[in-house]
Design a protein around this ligand. Structure first.
Ligand code: ZN
Ligand code: ZN
Length: 285
């Protein structure tokens, strides 16, 4: 964090950099949603064709999982890649990430496909490549080829570009872009009546599993959000990914010990200690 943020802010005239002047750790936190069953932090921003999240760092777009590693764990040595232990490309939970070589990556992908060939559809570049003609697919095949099921919760996470957390795809019938959960409803359940909305039972915007969708009205949607406490308070230790308790954060702020010692003591990164001290994180206490 310490090395990236000044770099980000030093890019002249870069509106995005200013808007995103938040510490990287916080941008990742805001742009992802913890999925309680798997522990994955599902990326809610834009994504790449391979289903990885993407985030702007200065002038460059980098993988969101790589950015998460940089923010939470530190640098990525030359020649190494940030790999997923959870198989969910758009996951940015640093605890689900590890470093490895390109060779290790392809071995892991191969082993995973063997291990999970039943439960998991191919999410490899084959599925996402231009070589696959999705126009020739049925609407259901199209949804399935562009999403990955998470076994723990049953969600099918859409792997393409997201807007405000929702997938977007062209509806081949109307030629217009539409939310992917709406396309999924139409593919598996049929037409959406006028004035009806397609809502999620799982509260995961990028989920396209038709079994997690239901029809409702705008007022159902509002009531639903209320009941689920959408945008709940996930600050501080309420955040499922929180490494520390509020009391520990206060101890860290009160302590004059070097950050290396504190990082060791609390088993967190030195970058997190700095972010806590500078009130870039845990700002509410
Ligand atoms: Zn994960
Ligand atoms: Zn779901």
């Amino acid at each position: 964090v310490t090395s990236l943020v000044p770099k980000l802010l030093s890019v002249p005239g870069f509106a995005q950099a200013k808007r995103d002047g938040l510490p990287l750790i916080e941008r990742i936190d805001r742009m992802s949603m913890p999925e309680p069953n798997s522990g994955c932090w599902i990326w809610l921003g834009t994504g790449t064709r391979t289903g990885h999240g993407a985030i702007r760092l200065g002038r460059k777009m980098v993988g969101a999982h790589r950015a998460s590693w940089l923010a939470h764990r530190g640098s990525v040595p030359n020649g190494l890649h940030v790999l997923h232990s959870c198989d969910v490309p758009c996951c940015v939970n640093p605890d689900h990430l590890h470093l490895g070589t390109a060779k290790q990556n392809s071995e892991e992908v191969a082993a995973r496909n063997r291990r999970r060939s039943g439960a998991w559809r191919s999410t490899s570049s084959v599925a996402m490549s231009n070589a696959v003609d999705r126009r020739a697919m049925s609407p259901q095949q199209r949804i399935e080829s562009l999403s990955v099921p998470i076994p723990e919760c049953g969600c099918w996470i859409f792997l393409g570009a997201l807007r405000l957390g929702y997938g977007r795809l062209k509806n081949h019938k109307t030629g217009r872009h539409e939310s992917t959960h709406r396309l999924s409803w139409q593919a598996y359940r049929g037409a959406i009546p006028n004035g009806a909305m397609v809502l999620h039972t799982c509260d995961t915007p990028s989920c396209v599993n038709p079994d997690h969708l239901f029809l409702g009205t705008q007022s159902d949607n509002m009531a639903d959000r209320q009941r689920k406490g959408r945008n709940p308070d996930v600050r501080g230790e309420n955040h499922p990914g929180a490494k520390l308790k509020a009391s520990q954060v206060l101890e860290i702020r009160a302590s004059a010990r070097p950050r290396r010692e504190l990082a060791e003591l609390y088993a967190v990164s030195k970058e997190l200690i700095t972010a806590i001290r500078n009130r870039r994180v845990w700002r509410h206490i």
